[in-house]
Write a protein that binds this ligand. Structure first.
Ligand code: C6P
Length: 418
């Protein structure tokens, strides 16, 4: 706990007022009060340039991509492929063909399970997932395990919500083929040492898939430095739109994998007489018309993040987290879940004698948006003996004053329900 409460103050490197002015939604009032939006781990808000990208596309160059020879198709294709290059830079991938557009992190993980997993996992093999995983990095592996007959093994956490690396090392056997782990836990905020975990996995001949949904918005991600085999994130958590996400995969791996969805765009030739052949990566994994406007708008979101600087965003969120932690710990009977020394801007807590759902509903009446529930991490919450927590999560546009409003509102609603 002291680790968090005494975290060294960070000099604000962000012009938060200017950032806020970029987000029209932040001027909304909720139940007559200024919106205090602290549900950023569920979805972040979008700056004007992302919203404008939709208008520009639909009002100016709406066309299908990679197909037409006309001007609009050219413009749309260039903008779409432009995002691929922006995403490559964002993750520091070697090549833009290592970037595949998906509907989000969930679809990215399902792609890996259904393509790489089906091709590489055999009965008796083992896949390691962690206790900290979101359901989207558990259920696709469970579904495939039932079908194929491999075993899922769970990397344990300690009482702070930190992965036990010794136990991790010991879980490996000669049958371990894959580690599937998140970079940052959505429920507790734990930052996992995925670079070290990748090195251990590779030394044991296993691949590693990193779920970066909660890391990409808050810290610099360098897939080459991490040596991740696969890395996934979602647009809507990184100031972009819903319905779009990214799967990074090492080129040689993606090339060796079969397609997982068939249709237009992913083929080289189709014939009833000879075998259908497939397109090169990344198109092999992008069947059908993609979410063109969303991909283009995601490019704008990533450029917006680059313009602010993801390190500066992470530093500022660390300051917000430290202040929020210090404030809520004054509340009698409040317990924080997830006290790792290295945490992203996520504050998960339960309060004696007050149900999380009640807190969430009542605090909304005071204009404060937080998330309550199991956060799609039921195995983690069950391990800590709870079925729900309240979760406040921070973004670049949140202020220390908003943290104070949240803490005061929290004290008030706890007084009402106890
Ligand atoms: N977590 C949260 O409130 P999608 O839905 O595909 O964009 O992202 C799924 C996902 C995968 N991994 C992690 C670590 C996540 O946090 C999420 C989404 C949201 O915590 C919604 S449940």
């Amino acid at each position: 706990m002291t680790d968090l409460a005494t975290r060294a103050p960070v000099t604000p490197t962000l012009d938060v007022a200017a950032i806020r002015a970029d987000f029209p939604i932040l001027s909304r009032r909720i139940h007559g009060r200024p919106l205090v939006y602290l549900d950023n781990a569920a979805t972040s808000q979008t700056p004007s340039r992302v919203i404008a990208a939709f208008d520009a596309y639909y009002g100016g160059y709406n066309a299908n991509i990679h197909r037409g020879l006309h001007t609009l198709a050219d413009e749309a294709t260039a903008a779409f492929e432009g995002t691929r290059e922006v995403a490559r830079g964002f993750l520091n991938a070697k090549e833009s063909r290592e970037i595949i557009f998906t509907r989000g992190t969930t679809e990215a993980i399902n792609l890996v399970a259904n393509s790489w997993g089906r091709a590489n996992l055999k009965p008796g093999d083992e896949v390691l997932v962690s206790r900290l995983e979101h359901h989207s990095n558990i259920v696709p592996w469970q579904m495939l395990a039932t079908e194929i007959g491999f075993t899922l093994k769970v990397i344990p956490v300690d009482e702070r919500g930190v992965l036990d690396l010794d136990a991790y090392r010991e879980l490996f056997s000669e049958r371990t083929r894959l580690v599937a782990v998140n970079h940052v836990s959505n429920a507790f905020g734990t930052v996992n040492p995925v670079k070290a975990m990748a090195a251990i996995a590779h030394a044991r001949g296993a691949r590693i898939l990193v779920d970066g949904a909660q890391a990409a918005p808050h810290q610099r991600v360098d897939v080459q430095d991490l040596d991740a085999d696969f890395y996934a994130f979602s647009g809507h958590k990184v100031y972009g739109p819903t319905g779009v996400g990214v799967l990074y995969g090492k080129a040689e791996l993606l090339e060796s994998m079969p397609p997982w969805q068939g249709g237009g765009e992913m083929i080289a030739t189709v014939s009833f007489e000879t075998a259908t052949t497939f397109a090169e990566i990344p198109h092999k994994f992008e069947a059908g018309t993609p979410a063109i406007a969303e991909v283009i708008a995601l490019g704008e979101a990533l450029k917006w993040v680059n313009g602010i600087g993801v390190d500066a965003i992470g530093d500022w969120e660390g300051r917000l987290l430290a202040h929020a932690t210090e404030r809520v710990l004054r509340i009698d009977g409040l317990r924080i879940l997830g006290t790792a020394p290295d945490k992203a801007g996520v504050l998960s807590f339960v309060v004696d004698g007050a149900h999380s759902q009640d807190i969430g509903l009542l605090i909304d009446q005071l204009g404060v948006a937080i998330r309550t529930g199991h956060h799609c991490a039921q195995p983690l919450l069950a391990h800590f003996g709870v079925d729900a927590t309240c979760r406040a999560s921070f973004a670049a546009y949140n202020t220390l004053e908003e943290v104070d409003v949240f803490a005061e509102a929290l004290e008030r609603v706890i007084g009402m329900v106890r």
